[in-house]
Design a protein around this ligand. Structure first.
Ligand code: ITT
Length: 198
């Protein structure tokens, strides 16, 4: 059975494909369907945006679709950038500019107040508009400088005390095992296995 990934983010595609492939679905990216209009992510919550992306992709393709809406919640910034994580520093989307902006805003914030979490909501939708959502979070701290070349987005600034490394330093399998996306996908896999396995 086909499973369409409703994301244009290459970092997400890589992680989601690695974790979904073993389930036996034929994982296809939405890019394989010309004419699909990128969804306007104007929801106030990760859940609203994830549903919007998954339902639009499932309706357009006529296949089961999976979308991920995720972001970083920094406590000292009242939960920002949150749903605005992708374009924190404005258009066009630029991971390096987002990281610079985050470092600037946190320049005066002491170590113990640099707590943050990644949050990920995954929505799985059917072509008739029916959907399921699951969520995962991962707690960490925001460093004062970038560390590591792996991953994407805010990964080089997101330090995981348990591993004493950033997401940018952890290898991909370790990140997937503890990340917000990995935890949400763990739950998504149960839904996929129970409801849609061939
Ligand atoms: P799609 O909507 O096409 O999936 P997007 O990048 O616009 O791609 P989101 O609106 O969900 O997706 O924004 C997610 C942003 O949150 C992403 O661009 C990163 O800046 C950040 N982010 C999410 N998960 C992350 C992770 O695992 N590591 C680093 N940054 C992450």
């Amino acid at each position: 059975m086909k499973l369409v990934l409703a994301t244009n983010n290459k970092g997400k595609v890589k992680e989601l494909t690695t974790m979904l492939q073993p389930l036996g679905f034929q994982v296809v990216n939405i890019g394989a369907y010309p004419g699909f209009q990128e969804v306007v992510e104007d929801g106030d919550t990760f859940t609203a945006n994830a549903i919007k992306k998954a339902v639009a992709a499932a309706k357009f393709t006529g296949e089961l679709a999976l979308a991920d809406d995720s972001g970083l919640e920094v406590d000292a910034l009242g939960g920002a950038p949150g749903v605005h994580s992708a374009r924190f520093a404005g258009e066009p989307k630029d991971d390096a500019a987002n990281n610079r902006k985050l470092l600037e805003l946190l320049a005066e914030v002491p170590e113990e107040k640099r707590t943050a979490r990644f949050r990920c909501v995954i929505a799985i939708a059917e072509p008739d508009g029916k959907y399921h959502t699951v969520e995962g979070t991962c707690e960490g701290m925001i460093l004062r400088e970038l560390k590591g070349e792996g991953g994407f987005g805010y990964d080089p600034l997101f330090y995981v005390p348990e591993y004493q490394q950033t997401f940018g330093e952890l290898d991909a399998a370790k990140k997937n095992a503890i990340s917000h996306r990995g935890k949400a996908l763990q739950k998504a896999r149960e839904i996929l296995n129970h409801l849609y396995a061939n």
